[in-house]
Design a protein. Sequence first.
Length: 422
Amino acid sequence: MPSGTPIKPRRATHLPLSASLQLAWRNVLRHKGRTATTVAAVTFGVAALVLSQGFVEDLYIQLAEAIIHSQTGHLQLAKEGYFVHGAHQPDKYLVADPEGDKRRFASLPEVADVMARLSFSGLLSNGRADYAILGEGIEPDKEAALGTVLKISAGRRLAESDRYGAFIGHGVAQALKLKPGDRAILVANTSGGAMNTLDLDVVGVFQTVSKEYDNRAIKIPLAAAQELLSTKGANTLVVSLKKTADTDRIANLLQERTVWRDQEVKTWRELNDFYPKTVQLYDRLFGGLQLIILLMVLLSVINAVNMTVSERIGEFGTVRALGNRGVHVMQMVMVESALMGFGGGVLGLVLGLSLAYVISIIGIPMPPPPNADVGYMAHIQISVLGAIGAFLIGFLATILAALLPALKVGRMPIAEALRQSA
C-alpha cells in the first residue's frame, strides 16, 4: 500500500451493549493501576459528600431541637397581634380561657403536653444595681419536661414548691453577680398600671442556644407572675409535640380550631429568626465545601481517564481498523468509566456510612454556633436521599469526566491512531 494512502475500515459492525460491558469489564481489570486511581478518587469523593451532608443534617436537627426544648416548644398559641405587639403591652393580649384551651389541645394524640406562660418586663435588682429583664411566668414541672436541652450552669430548675423562686439566664446572673441562694427584687407594672414588687430566691442559672435570650431572660412560677401583674390570665399556650415532624400539620389543625376565637398559631420556625439565618449561613459554607469536593473528584477522574485514553490510542485505532465505528469506541470508553464510577460510588457509600457510624458513636465536640454560648456534640445523620445523591454525584461525575476524552478518541483518524501505537 503506497505511503500516505488512507486506511479504509472494513464494513461497520454493530457492537451489542452486552459485548461492550464484557469488553469494558476486561479492560477495567486489565488496567489495574489507572482503575484503582479512578475508583479511589470517586470513593473518597462520595464518602466525603456523605459525611459532609450528614454533618450538616445533624447540625440542623440538633439546633432545631435545642430551640424547641429550651425556649419555644413546637407551637405557641396567643391572642391575635401578640407576637407582633405583645412584647410592649403583654397585659393587653391575654388568652381568654387558657385552662379550657389547654384541655382541648392536650386531647390531640400528637400532643405531649400544653403549658401556659405569662410574659412581663421589669427591673431585677440585687440591692446594689438594677437590670432590665424580660420575664416569663411558667408551670415548672411541665417546663422541666419540655426543656430537656436547657443547660443548667448553676443550681437547679424551678420546682412547683418554689413559690417565689427565680430561674435566671446566664447573662442576667453575670450582670447582677447573682448565684443560687441569693435574693433579688423584681419590679414590674401591673395590668392596671400600678407598680408591684416581688422578693425572689434565685434557685438556678440557665443557658440556651441564644446568647441574646440568656442576657435578659428570667423565669418564675406562673402563680408568682400572676400575682406580680395582678391577673389570672396567660399570654401564650406552649404546645409540646411527640414528634417534631408533626409541627406543620398540627399547626394548621390548631389554626382551624382557634381562628373563630381571635387567636393565632406560630411554629417554632416562625418564632426564631435565629434558626433560618444559621441554616442559610451553613448552607453557603457547606455548599461551597461540597462544590470543592465535586471539582476535586471531577478533576481527578478527568486526569486518570485522559491518561488511560492516551496510553490506549493505538488500541482504539486497531479497534477502528477492524470495522468498528468511532461511536463504538466512545461507547467502550464511556462504559468503562461508568463501571468505575459505579464501583467507586458503591465503595464510597460503604466507606462513608461506616465512618458515619463510628463518628456518631464517638461524637465530635463542637463550639457554640453564632450568637450562642453553648457548644454541642455533633454526630452524622444519614438520610436515604442524601446517600443516593452522593452516589449519583460520584457516578455522574465519572461519566462527565470521560465524555471529552471519549469524543476525542472517537473522532481521531484511524491512521493517526495507529501511528501512535508504532
